[in-house]
Design a protein. Structure first.
Length: 134
């Protein structure tokens, strides 16, 4: 009888340990990764502001929301992981900004893009330098 109880106790302990380990791993991951709704909220706010100033259509709004959500998430990662490394952080931020500008140039019209650069205070770089005159 004692043997049966001790076997049940051992089986219960073995069954409980992996489940507990999985729970600990999941909670530590959830603490390490910020809640995605924070990214969605920030991206929605930024996209709404852009929609008001740039007069976006529905398709542009949808595409820019996805780009802004990705940008906000990557910005959070850069600020978290490269906080002690200022040169590395600056490099990553400039790469992120270049990637963001490239994505915006695919979505926005040239006049909207010029207006965006004007609001950000960055100089506009003409994409079409060949005007046919020699």
């Amino acid at each position: 009888m004692k043997a049966k109880i001790s076997v049940l106790f051992v089986l219960f302990a073995l069954a409980y340990m992996p489940a507990h380990a999985q729970f600990v791993d999941r909670t530590s991951i959830e603490r390490a990764v910020p809640n995605i709704s924070v990214f969605n909220t920030e991206a929605a706010t930024l996209t709404r502001q852009m929609a008001n100033t740039l007069h976006l259509n529905e398709g542009q709004y949808t595409k820019l929301f996805a780009v802004n959500r990705t940008r906000v998430a990557q910005l959070g990662e850069i600020n978290t992981y490269f906080k002690p490394n200022e040169p590395g952080r600056a490099t990553r931020l400039s790469e992120l900004e270049a990637q963001y500008d490239q994505e915006c140039s695919r979505i926005l019209s040239p006049s909207q893009l010029a207006q965006l650069h004007q609001e950000k205070g960055t100089p506009t770089v003409p994409t079409d330098t060949g005007n046919g005159r020699g």
